[in-house]
Structures are given as C-alpha cells and as structure tokens.
Design a protein around this ligand. Structure first.
Ligand code: 5GP
Ligand code: MG
Ligand code: MG
Length: 187
C-alpha cells in the first residue's frame, strides 16, 4: 500500500505550504531586521523539523538555530496534559530574542511551558511561529515574552492532522503535505 493511500483528505498541499512559508519568512525578516543580538530560532522537535528547515532557509538575516524537545503526547491523538522538556537547548538563551517554531498549537500547554522556560533562562523576548493553530481547542492561555510576536501559517480545523513533520504514532512525518488519515489507520 502506498503512503498516499493512507490519507483521507489533504488539507494543505506542498504548494500552498511553500507559498505560506515564504510569506512568514519575509514577515519575520522585516520584523527582526533591526533587532540585536540576532534572533535565536528554536525548533520544537520533532514535529517542527520540516517547517523549521523551510522557514530558516528563507529568513534573510543572520540567525542562530537550535532545538528543544517537549513531550506531551503519547502515541495517540490526545494530549497527556503536562508537557515536559526532555531535551534542552545547546545555546544560551540569555538576553536573546527567541523565535519558537512549532508544528501546531492545540491546547496551548506546550507553548505555555516553553515560554516560561525561556523566561526563566532570561530571554529578552519570545516570539512564536507556528505552522498550524487550532484556536477552538485552546485550554491554556499563554503570553508572549517582552515584545514577542505571534505568527501562524494556517488556522487548522479540529482534526488530528499528519504530515509536514507531524506524526501519528511516529509515522507520516515525511509526507510533504498535511492531511487527515483514513479512520482505519488511527488505531
Ligand atoms: P498542545 O500542548 O498545544 O496541546 O499540543 C502541542 C503539540 O501536540 C503539538 O506541538 C503537536 O506535537 C501535538 N499535536 C496537537 N495537535 C496535533 C495534530 O492534529 N496532529 C499531530 N500530529 N500532532 C498534534
Ligand atoms: Mg510540536
Ligand atoms: Mg506527536
């Protein structure tokens, strides 16, 4: 069975994704063009890896890149609630303008935890650039740090989506588009 045949419907094609990523990168380029020191762009592993790679290649500024890993999901589609940071940055975030790059914001638990983490490290601002946002699912309100900004690629309807970095049970991250699995594969 081919990979594409697992997908019930495609929400965003790779062409739509690429166009939107270009727009986000040029917005970030213009918003951070006079910021010093250069921004520290932090991808939230694993889900943000493709978005991060596409985004940073189009940001026309000197930036640093690092990863942080936060885990809250088991292998299912429901959040376990309390995220924990299971891999921290290599770089020092003190006095840095951090841009957190996420695959998707759902309940807000992960971002809320990560923003507090960067606040405790002494970051001067925390911005968020998420590929998808499911605002109707929000349970936790988070505030950006300092004069941090919020960027989102697309607003996502209330489906459990896969692809473009996002998994179900650690599969499907390699899809170049975002879609919904056929019901028989969510088990
Ligand atoms: P939150 O802490 O905001 O509830 O969830 C954040 C994390 O849960 C996301 O970064 C992502 O890893 C995972 N997540 C939330 N919704 C989805 C979804 O629809 N599909 C996938 N694959 N992961 C999701
Ligand atoms: Mg994530
Ligand atoms: Mg996951």
């Amino acid at each position: 069975m081919s990979l594409n045949s697992h997908i019930e419907k495609v929400l965003w094609t790779k062409f739509q994704i690429s166009k939107r990523v270009t727009e986000l990168a040029s917005q970030i380029t213009s918003d951070f063009s006079s910021v010093s020191p250069p921004p520290l762009v932090v991808g939230v592993a694993t889900g943000a890896f493709l978005f991060l790679a596409d985004l940073v290649r189009q940001i026309q500024l000197p930036i640093s890149v690092d990863f942080i890993r936060s885990e809250s999901y088991g292998s299912g589609t429901e959040s376990s609630g309390a995220p924990r940071i299971s891999l921290d940055l290599k770089l020092d975030a003190k006095d840095k303008h951090v841009i957190l790059v996420e695959d998707i914001v759902d309940t807000g638990n992960t971002l809320s935890c990560l923003i507090k983490h960067f606040e405790s490290k002494g970051a001067s601002s925390v911005s968020v650039c998420t590929f998808l946002d499911k605002p109707t699912r929000r349970k936790v309100h988070f505030e950006l740090l300092g004069d941090g900004k919020y960027y989102q690629g697309f607003e996502c309807p209330d489906y459990f989506v896969v692809g473009y970095g996002m998994d179900f049970a650690e599969l499907y991250r390699n899809l170049p588009y975002v879609g919904v699995l056929k019901p028989e594969y969510y088990s």
